[in-house]
Design a protein around this ligand. Structure first.
Ligand code: LMR
Length: 336
């Protein structure tokens, strides 16, 4: 009798334990690892944190977003593979970094002077070309969720750079985009692809002489400590595609996916709203540092830069796609 009671008690305890374990499993949050290479205090860094906040609030804790900034988890050259393999679920690489993945059309965004301002750019990101490019990522096991702005790039070096001749022979760090390589070659500079996490040291040790980036990246990477001149060239755009592992995204419960889509839409609006403010703030901080001279180009100097750099468009027709370039020209009104 005693033994029977023991067996019943044991069975009941086991059932309770199993139930507790299974409900613990049921309550395990879905983890989204979101890796990026820039500082927290940048448009992308802030938008990633905002997405985390909204996603966790709206899914009432069903989803936990872990944001890893500053190349903490993966750096350029590693992160694309990591998201394809599912080691991280989300990234927002710059549009200049999709070539090595085999989607070279994204380099249309790197073509110098193709966008005069954010309005022109948004016509493309929100129009047929932008949507079509994101769709292409599905063949790579990814879903393109949105475009996030950073902004227009400046050039920097340790000598005053105003006109194309000033760039001759300078080793210039670029992202992994052939269009950007051709851009530097058009200035008779020597392009050097380098991971973002290595740029500060590259500039400090003289492995490279200069670089290009929007001001928020320049300032948050402390490039003012290692670059004496920054030229306000606005010669090209740098922005991001927010991407997610397709298998992960398709496997989410539909209600969670809808909530995450809403969070992503609001984070996109947030990113694009703060981009310009972040740029103004960064430039002001660089100016205040007193370490880097900010050069404003005269209209003639700007025209000379443009003349030298737009040659890159034609050169890259076969890489980026003649039709893609033509469609962007149509949407922005750009005249070659
Ligand atoms: C760069 O490598 O310069 C940028 O892509 C960094 C970034 O993500 O803004």
């Amino acid at each position: 009798m005693k033994f029977t009671r023991f067996v019943i008690a044991f069975a009941a305890a086991s059932t309770m334990l199993a139930f507790a374990a299974s409900s613990a499993i049921a309550q395990q949050p879905i983890i989204i690892k979101f890796s990026h290479v820039v500082a927290v205090d940048t448009p992308k860094g802030k938008a990633a944190d905002y997405f985390k906040k909204l996603a966790e609030e709206r899914t009432k804790g069903k989803v936990r977003v872990e944001v890893y900034p500053n190349s903490q988890l993966f750096k350029d050259g590693e992160e694309m593979e990591a998201v394809q393999l599912g080691s991280v679920q989300m990234l927002a690489p710059s549009l200049a970094k999709f070539g090595p993945l085999g989607v070279r059309e994204f380099e249309v965004f790197d073509l110098p002077y193709i966008f005069d301002n954010y309005e022109d750019l948004h016509k493309v990101t929100e129009g047929a070309v932008g949507k079509g490019l994101l769709k292409k990522l599905e063949g790579k096991g990814l879903i393109g969720l949105a475009y996030w702005d950073n902004g227009f790039k400046v050039m920097s070096a340790n000598k005053a750079i105003r006109v194309p001749a000033d760039y001759k022979g300078l080793k210039m760090r670029i992202q992994s985009s052939k269009v950007l390589g051709d851009e530097m070659k058009a200035l008779n500079a020597i392009p050097q692809v380098m991971a973002f996490s290595e740029v500060y040291q590259g500039l400090q040790t003289g492995v490279v002489d200069g670089t290009e980036n929007p001001p928020s990246n320049f300032y948050t990477q402390k490039m003012q400590e290692v670059q004496k001149y920054l030229a306000l060239t606005d010669h090209g755009y740098l922005g991001y595609a927010v991407i997610v592992n397709k298998k992960f995204w398709d496997g989410l419960p539909p209600d969670v996916r809808t909530q995450l889509e809403g969070a992503k839409n609001d984070a996109t609006k947030f990113a694009n709203d703060i981009a310009k403010k972040q740029k103004d703030h960064a430039l002001e901080a660089v100016r205040k540092s007193g370490k880097t001279e900010i050069i404003t180009l005269t209209p003639d100097q700007k025209a000379a830069m443009k003349k030298a750099l737009v040659t890159v468009h034609k050169e890259n027709e076969s890489r980026v796609g003649k039709d893609t370039i033509a469609e962007v020209y149509k949407e922005t009104g750009f005249k070659p």
